[in-house]
Design a protein around this ligand. Structure first.
Ligand code: GLU
Ligand code: ZN
Length: 324
């Protein structure tokens, strides 16, 4: 029998500033395949970090997405069957997942400070963090009790010494050995906030997400997340990591680049079609950057889904092009 389950995709922005063109490109590339497959689109607000998230940015994001014609079937302020769609309101789920991992005996407290971690003689990962040595893994109960008097620990998940393999829809075949390349990783911070890695898997798992399209900067998180899918018993989605947009001088766009933020761009373009044309052209969907609507891009996507450069190794996944 044919698989009749609908494609479920999502856009999962962090409301820590106004969206920029790179964020919009991600949203568009997540939205197009869902609409092209008559699937369901979810908007989840990743406001996990209370220090960096603001509700007004989340509301502004909804307005920006709508302005471009990118709609969603559930999530954000409209809610839906898998709500709430704000990570700040989903901590009970994260607690449950955390307990489940603890019951498996795979979680331990880590008392290392940032300084200690960086001072360690360990190879560094791409995100600048050293591979964790497992220093706190074998502390005795007495040592833990003693350290707890002065410090609140973070919690780490023990990782296996085996290859985790996946095929990214755009980047091709990727492999990582978490023990060698990452080390035991944090699933709950010392201030009690659950880590992105845990929350994103719990949410995508519970929300029945079947495809994840997001920036290449998260490619190296994927093996950790696949391990969590396995432990928590959720089926893993298909991943698609897209190239990041870069600024003129070759940096990653950040929310501080106001000339790329949607407030500025909306004020000079007045309508979404020229910007969608540029993004459609960047994605290889349009031969020329001529004005289009989001719906017209869906038709182009149906005809010819982008292949993204044929990069086949995780390590080669690098931002590939610049912005306007
Ligand atoms: N909230 C993350 C971000 O804005 C995206 C998470 C994801 O797509 O997995 O960078
Ligand atoms: Zn430690």
């Amino acid at each position: 029998m044919a698989d009749t389950k609908p494609v479920r995709g999502r856009f999962a922005p962090s409301p820590s500033g106004r969206m920029h063109l790179g964020n919009l490109f991600c949203a568009l590339m997540a939205w197009l395949p869902v609409r092209a497959a008559n699937g369901e689109m979810v908007l989840r607000i990743e406001d996990l970090d209370p220090g960096r998230s603001r509700m007004e940015y989340a509301m502004q994001m909804e307005d920006d997405l709508r302005w471009f014609g990118l709609d969603w079937d559930e999530g954000g302020s409209s809610g839906g069957p898998f709500g709430p769609y704000y990570q700040s309101q989903r901590t009970q789920l994260y607690e449950e997942c955390f307990s489940k991992l603890r019951e498996k005996g795979l979680v331990y407290p880590c008392y290392c400070t940032r300084g200690e971690l960086h001072a360690a003689q360990a190879p560094h990962r791409e995100d600048g963090m050293p591979v964790y040595s497992g220093r706190c893994r074998h502390l005795s109960e007495e040592e833990r009790a003693k350290l707890s008097q002065h410090r609140r620990p973070a919690f780490r998940l023990e990782v296996p010494n085996r290859e985790i393999h996946f095929t990214d829809g755009y980047q091709g075949s990727c492999t990582e050995n978490l023990a060698r390349d990452c080390g035991d990783f944090i699933i709950r911070r010392s201030d009690g906030v659950f880590a992105y890695q845990l929350a994103v898997v719990a949410d995508d798992g519970e929300m029945g997400i079947t495809q994840v399209v997001r920036g290449c900067d998260l490619l190296d998180s994927t093996p950790r997340q696949l391990y969590l899918y396995e432990l928590l018993g959720y089926p893993a989605p298909q991943f698609y990591h897209i190239p990041l947009m870069m600024s003129e001088d070759g940096r990653r766009l950040s929310k501080r680049d106001h000339d790329q933020d949607l407030g500025f761009l909306r004020s000079i373009y007045h309508s979404p079609e020229p910007l969608l044309g540029l993004l459609g052209n960047r994605a290889g969907l349009l031969e020329r950057p001529e004005p289009v609507t989001a719906r017209e891009l869906v038709e182009e996507f149906r005809k010819k889904p982008p292949a993204f450069f044929g990069v086949t190794e995780c390590e080669k996944a690098r931002p590939q092009f610049s912005t306007l």
